[in-house]
Design a protein around this ligand. Structure first.
Ligand code: S3P
Length: 432
């Protein structure tokens, strides 16, 4: 990836944003297709795979573990070798900027017959890994932080694992998935109970690959030693990427955007509920409900008003909170976001970073222990934004720049490569 690319954006949209955008594949689902394909027997074919840097990190890790993966423009093909088919890598595994790669692969590596060291970029090496080290250790794993700071690099020595019932303090699909993947290799049933249900893509896709997995309320339960079989996976568009165009369509006056083929899994669709509760005009068209549900979203400019966002909805929109902050700054009245302390441990501390740069653009925003309070309606002006190694910060402030007077400079704009490589092209194509 290029580093420190600067993007300069001006407010010069007089006639609004118009047209269609087809959002690239879902990041969470793309990661899982590679991982589950690698530990299944036979070939897994994935269409609409997200060719973002994070998912390419997952491919790279599994290639180093001995899995052949063909990456062609229209599909990727993973030649899986079954649960016990991975080989010791000849070098350290590098997860890049990807928390999903780091945490999920740890669950698989904890059960192998070899040792691995897993690292990532400067952002990953600051993110908390105790949350997976604890449950995996309870299962009997030998997993340690090389620098003894509970962060990557992680050293993982494969062991035989025991089934456990893990009651997680955080609603985290990465933690849940790491434990469930380790549970595939355990000597008995493994259960994970979450305080609030997090995204359930692992449960849906593992079942599709043949795992014996079920959910009871907030608990996911997996039985060990399944015969996983390679499958065809068509990845829906990523609602987290669609969120930038939802916000742009609602907040830029005179806009109408059709966003095609967006995943609307109920564990991910909080952005739609919040945008509608704020007064946003969003129509779902062409809904499909087999496997992962999808729809096209027709978004029209709307007068938004502030709301309170808290409780069980938070995990369903956790990655969208930065762009929801921008919507709140454009809305009339006050938006209060609570129960979102997890924002502090994402690719950046998203409470601090949003407060710093939305304030710099003239917004009224205050950070709290578990969220923020934004009183909208103040005119925004351009500013210099540092993305802090966080793709969602770069994209959120690119949309804020469209709502501001004057020039906004986004430092680190190349970070869109992580989850949405064609972001600036797609945004540009909606102008006329
Ligand atoms: C993800 C889970 C979420 C989310 C991340 C992707 C996943 O993280 O923020 O972008 O694919 O499982 P947490 O598990 O830390 O909540």
């Amino acid at each position: 990836m290029k580093t420190n690319t600067i993007k300069t954006l001006h407010e010069n949209i007089t006639n609004g944003l118009h047209g269609e955008v087809t959002i690239p594949g879902d990041k969470s689902i793309s990661h899982r297709a590679v991982m589950f394909g690698a530990i299944a027997r036979g070939t897994t074919e994935v269409t609409n795979f997200l060719q973002g840097a994070d998912c390419l990190s997952t491919i790279d890790c599994f290639r180093r573990l001995g899995i052949e993966i063909e990456n062609t423009p229209d599909k990727i093909r993973i030649h899986g070798k079954g649960l016990h088919g991975l080989h010791a890598p000849s070098s350290v595994l590098d997860a890049g900027n990807s928390g999903t790669t780091t945490r999920l692969i740890s669950g698989i590596l904890a059960a192998q017959s070899f040792e691995t060291t897993l690292t990532g970029d400067a952002s990953i090496r600051k993110r908390p890994m105790r949350r997976i080290m604890e449950p995996l250790s309870l299962m009997g794993a030998d997993i340690s932080s090389v620098n003894r700071n509970d962060c990557a690099p992680l050293h993982i020595k494969g062991k035989s694992l025991h089934g456990i019932h893990y009651r997680s303090k955080v609603a985290s699909a990465q933690v849940k998935s790491a434990v469930l993947l380790a549970g595939l290799y355990a000597d008995g049933e493994t259960k994970v109970t979450e305080p609030v249900i997090s995204r359930n893509h692992s449960e849906i896709m593992l079942r599709y690959f043949g795992a014996d997995i079920r959910t009871e309320g907030h608990t996911a339960i997996v039985r060990p030693n399944p015969d996983l079989t390679g499958q065809s996976v068509n990845v829906p568009g990523d609602i987290s990427s669609a969120a930038y165009f939802i916000a742009a369509g609602l907040c830029v006056p005179n806009s109408e955007i059709l966003i095609r083929n967006v995943g609307i899994n109920p564990t991910r669709d909080g952005i739609l509920k919040v945008a509608q509760a704020m007064g946003g005009d969003i129509t779902l068209l062409n809904e499909k409900h087999d496997g992962e549900p999808t729809a096209d979203l027709l978004v029209r400019s709307s007068s938004l008003h502030g709301i309170t966002i808290e409780g069980d909805i938070i995990p369903t929109l956790i990655d969208e909170l930065p762009i929801i902050n921008i919507m709140a700054a454009a809305a009339e009245g006050t938006t209060v976001i609570k129960d979102a302390a997890e924002l502090k441990v994402k690719e950046s501390n998203r409470i601090d970073v949003m407060v710093e740069y939305l304030s710099a653009m003239g917004a009224d925003i205050t950070g709290t222990d578990d969220g923020m309070i934004i009183t909208g309606g103040r005119p925004l002006h351009g500013a210099v934004i540092d993305s802090h190694m966080d793709h969602r910060i770069a994209m959120s402030f690119s949309i804020a720049a469209l709502l501001a007077q004057g020039e906004t400079i986004i430092k680190g704009s190349e970070l869109v490569e992580i989850s949405y490589p064609s972001f600036y092209d797609d945004l540009h194509n909606l102008r006329r």
